[in-house]
Design a protein around this ligand. Structure first.
Ligand SMILES: Cc1cc2nc3c(=O)[nH]c(=O)nc-3n(C[C@H](O)[C@H](O)[C@H](O)COP(=O)(O)O)c2cc1C
Length: 214
């Protein structure tokens, strides 16, 4: 299934912020795939990571966590300005007991000022997640994330089953991946879902921006 682009909406340059938290690199890999796909779809991109809240001793005790910290050190930390700047924001988080990670939540909780000024409304938002286990809480994590978007007055653009490939990954709420405690790196199924979601967000954000500008 594909949805046509509304007339006149094709030329809008949209700004997309991909804001994520990742301890051991799974969500970081999804964020990279999503930002590359959004850029390919014509968007201007800001890829941003949530500032770490865990103690360095905890990070150093887990080789995958320490390696991801090293590998992503060059990605700027997210600030409220990144959300303010964007026409569309994709938030990514690992599942934490079926919920959003505290690190990404801290980014959201710093948006009160923008929320108070009404600057978070009318933007497009979407989410992506990962878990260690199948049925380990990806959907509840994304739905918990989307609670916040309702308070923003944001426009949630979930992937749904808008592409035949969505029946392979099976998560209409957002891209997700089961990493089996780090044994299963992000695979082609999740990467395809990431690209579908990114392209859809760019397309809908472009249409919303065009529609709001008239
Ligand atoms: C405190 C904590 C809670 C977690 N809760 C869950 C959970 O409820 N279900 C699950 O499947 N995985 C859970 N996980 C595992 C991570 O969500 C999972 O490994 C995720 O893919 C890691 O993403 P990352 O590599 O981007 O950090 C938890 C991990 C931690 C540290």
């Amino acid at each position: 299934m594909s949805t046509p682009t509304p007339a006149g909406a094709g030329s809008e340059q949209v700004k997309v912020a991909v804001v994520y938290y990742s301890s051991t690199g799974t969500v970081a890999a999804l964020a990279k795939e999503i930002s590359e796909a959004a850029e390919k779809a014509g968007a201007e991109i800001r890829l941003r990571r949530a500032p770490e809240l865990a103690p360095q001793s905890g990070i150093d005790s887990n080789p995958a966590w320490a390696e991801n910290q090293r590998a992503t050190a060059g990605i700027p930390e997210a600030t409220p300005d990144d959300v303010d700047w964007a026409d569309a924001v994709l938030f990514g988080t690992p599942t934490r007991f079926g919920n959003v990670s505290s690190q990404l939540k801290q980014v959201l909780d710093q948006l009160g000022g923008l929320w108070g000024e009404g600057r978070l409304a009318d933007k497009v938002y979407s989410g992506f997640a990962s878990s260690a286990t199948l049925h380990g809480g990806q959907e509840s994590t994304l739905l918990a994330l989307y609670n916040t978007i309702h308070h923003f007055g944001g426009l949630i653009v979930a992937p749904g089953y808008t592409d035949p490939a969505k029946f392979a990954d099976g998560n209409p709420y957002g891209t997700s991946h089961v990493d089996a405690q780090g044994d299963k790196p992000v695979d082609e199924t999740a990467r395809t879902a990431a690209r579908i979601q990114a392209e859809r967000v760019v397309r809908i954000a472009r249409a919303v921006k065009a529609g709001l500008s008239v």
